[in-house]
Ligand binder design. Structure first.
Ligand SMILES: [Zn+2]
Length: 308
């Protein structure tokens, strides 16, 4: 393991990325509660999923943002901050997705004995419509999700070397599933006749970049943002230009909004518009967990792009 790439932060009031050394090692204590599992706090579902997948029976994971809540507008309450206290391991997305974690949660906690992991510390971030011009949706694409999961794996081994074999076995399993998904995304999308996607939420920048697609989004990153007339006109023009009448909706938006949008687009283009879902994976949905939603996204992309 290259420790410089861990992206782990030992915080003492301020968040400073430090290179881990032997001196820090001894600061970590084994769990002392009656619950002998390591207490982990993850800011949102995909990271909690990864942590549970790797940590298994040795971790107890608490998620701050409730499942399927618009993470872009979420803010922690005092009780959320309190819930993060006493965690052995704190895991967040970074990339300005959960800035409140660094700004509000960490400074309020006594985390001298905790490990803090910014899971995107080693991810090459791409520009997007998020705050600071960065696309925060790293967990949506298999390769960037893989990097995030690896940072969690490395932190678990660092925190609890006694169970390294256990974590490694489970990490290999998760890593293999993500790598397999990556290969299937690449193979399916590279051969697809079309290479543009029209989406209601600009959450697929890493997918687009990774698999040679262009993403046209009619709103930015806030789920309750309404498309402007100008945005709709641009979308219609692009759809007509690319002869593509498939619209991908964020399933966190209501079906009614999607139908209204479909009617508007059909009225303007004169073409039947197909609505398909692309999950943003902020919680289990339609009976699908994080990786299953990634699987389903691939199927829906293949459908929309005309891939075999
Ligand atoms: Zn988003």
């Amino acid at each position: 393991m290259n420790r410089k790439q861990l992206g782990v932060v030992m915080a003492a009031g301020v968040v400073v990325a430090v290179v881990l050394g032997a001196g820090i090692y001894g600061a970590l204590q084994a769990p002392e509660t009656h619950d002998h599992r390591w207490q982990v706090v993850a800011t949102f579902y995909p990271l909690a999923y990864m942590t549970q997948a790797i940590g298994g029976e040795h971790v107890s994971v608490h998620t701050l943002v409730p499942a399927n809540t618009d993470i872009h507008s979420w803010q922690p309450s005092f009780s959320d901050i309190y819930a993060a206290d006493n965690a052995h391991l704190l895991v967040y997305n970074g990339a300005h997705l959960d800035p409140w974690f660094e700004e509000d949660v960490l400074p309020a906690l006594d985390i001298r004995d905790s490990l803090v992991v910014n899971t995107t510390a080693n991810v090459s971030l791409i520009s997007g419509r998020g705050t600071h011009g960065v696309d925060p949706h790293t967990w949506v694409a298999p390769p960037t999700a893989h990097q995030q999961a690896r940072s969690i794996y490395e932190a678990l081994v660092y925190m609890d070397p006694a169970h390294q074999e256990y974590y490694s076995r489970r990490w290999e399993n998760l890593s293999q599933r993500l790598t397999d998904l990556d290969h299937r995304y690449a193979a399916s999308l590279a051969s697809a006749p079309k290479d543009v996607i029209f989406v209601t939420h600009a959450a697929y920048g890493y997918l687009a970049q990774g698999y040679g697609l262009t993403q046209y989004a009619i709103t930015g990153i806030s789920a309750d943002e309404q498309p402007s007339t100008a945005a709709l006109k641009t979308l219609v023009d692009s759809m007509e230009y690319h002869h593509t009448y498939v619209l991908y909706v964020n399933p966190l938006h209501s079906e009614r909004e999607a139908q209204a949008l479909k009617q508007t687009l059909e009225g303007r283009t004169g073409q039947p518009v197909t609505i398909l879902r692309l999950y943003v994976m902020l919680g289990p949905m339609d009976g699908l967990d994080y990786l299953q939603q990634m699987e389903q996204n691939l199927e829906n992309l293949k459908t929309g792009l005309g891939a075999a």
